[in-house]
Design a protein around this ligand. Structure first.
Ligand SMILES: Cc1ncc(COP(=O)(O)O)c(C=O)c1O
Length: 393
């Protein structure tokens, strides 16, 4: 058997991520690879840190990309902040809260669960009750933007409650960074992790993280060694810190060129303009979806603009719907996960992909396939509704 180059099909990526990558990012990644301790590369690393501080809205010195996907950023937060036997209150309202629990257990912490049903935000009152019942807890973990359901929780409020009970917060901002408001310093978030492949229009493989001074102090005062060598931030900082660089691992050089380009583009657009663009496209998509007679899973007050969970109409096999969209339209949308599998599909409007062309293309393809599957929808109205909403907003 002989193999030749892999040429992927050209898709429109409107699932939960990765999202469409901006051509400028791909071009940046094709630039010549240089050494990871080359002075030119180190200068670019400093720019990445400054650009990430802007994206996270923070002045935290420990703001860097972990060289691996967001699951690694998640793990880095948990293994550095938890000492064996420590209680961590974890708010769970979807798949990624569940993963936090798993991380806590593996870091030999003791999770205390605050559960809300999938499709609803974390209830601050339940967090308050849990912290009153577990006064020895010192960490609260929650997902700001639950990609599995399209729900956004109030990160500012949850952090306020956590701090009132002398707890640090670990916040999953994988789907929010760049796409909807995330204000690390103003809201006082302590350890936040995100990804490169959703609202930043970059390729997967990097996890931006940021840690407050309080969190760094806790890490420095640990009584036990961080159980993971790769994620031990005391060591990682030797490479990403501002003093003399010490080799830790070989950075993914060209991936970092891509992240630099993506963050520079975010700065050019302006963070608030990017949040507004995501919201604008979401409102257009929502109008089209509702005009067809379909409904969104999440109540308007907690909807994430960049992740739209659509309830699958009666009698429609969503796996067939998704595979027809992929095969006939080169359009990728996401399936429901866990208890929502088969009941919803997830349409992402993230980063470069949050544009009117994608909104219209998705509505057109969805309507054509659903009509062909004899779904009970209204045809011929979605595009106009989306267009009118786009003009209004
Ligand atoms: C909210 C959330 N957390 C964590 C992850 C894990 O990210 P990754 O797949 O980059 O490891 C995802 C992935 O989609 C996510 O949506």
């Amino acid at each position: 058997m002989s193999y030749t180059s892999f040429n992927p099909p050209v898709r429109t990526l409107m699932g939960p991520g990765p999202s469409d990558v901006h051509p400028r990012v791909l071009t940046a990644m094709a630039r010549p690879t240089i050494g990871h301790l080359d002075p030119a590369f180190i200068a670019m690393m400093e720019e990445i840190k400054a650009l990430l501080q802007y994206a996270f809205q923070t002045s935290n010195a420990l703001t860097i990309p972990i060289s691996a996907p967001a699951s690694a950023g998640m793990e880095a937060c948990f293994v550095n902040l938890i000492e064996p036997g420590e209680k961590v209150v974890v708010c769970m309202n979807g798949v990624f809260g569940e993963r936090m629990k798993e991380n806590i257990e593996r870091a030999r912490g003791v999770p205390v669960m605050v559960e809300d049903s999938w499709g609803t935000p974390v209830d601050p009152n339940k967090l308050e009750d849990a912290l009153r019942a577990h006064r020895d807890a010192r960490i609260v973990a929650f997902v700001q933007a639950e990609t599995s359901t399209g729900v956004q929780s109030d990160a500012r409020k949850l952090t306020e409650i956590a701090h009132h009970h002398d707890c640090l917060t670990i916040v999953d901002a994988v789907t929010s960074l760049g796409g909807s408001p995330l204000k690390v310093d103003e809201w006082g978030l302590d350890a936040v992790y995100s990804c490169s492949q959703k609202c930043l229009s970059c390729v997967p493989g990097l996890s931006p993280v940021t840690f407050s001074n309080r969190a760094v102090e806790k890490i420095k005062k640990r009584k036990t060694k961080v159980q993971s060598w790769f994620f031990d931030l005391n060591l990682v900082m030797g490479y990403w810190g501002s003093g003399k660089r010490v080799y830790h691992h070989t950075a993914p050089i060209n991936l970092l060129y891509g992240l630099h380009e993506a963050l520079a583009m975010l700065q050019e657009e302006g963070l608030e303009n990017s949040w507004a663009r995501h919201r604008h496209q979401h409102l257009a998509l929502r109008s089209g979806i509702e005009a067809m007679g379909l409904s969104l899973l999440v109540h308007e007050s907690a909807r994430l603009p960049q992740l739209n969970a659509i309830v699958v109409p009666e009698g429609v096999d969503e796996a067939v719907l998704r595979s027809r969209l992929l095969n006939e339209y080169n359009l990728e949308i996401g399936a429901g996960m866990g208890s929502l599998a088969g009941k919803i599909v997830r349409i992402g409007l993230m980063g470069y992909g949050a544009n009117m062309k994608n909104v219209m293309y998705c509505l057109e393809a969805l309507e054509a396939v659903l009509a062909d599957m004899h779904a009970p929808i209204l045809t011929g109205v979605a595009m106009n509704a989306a267009q009118s909403a786009a003009v209004l907003n």
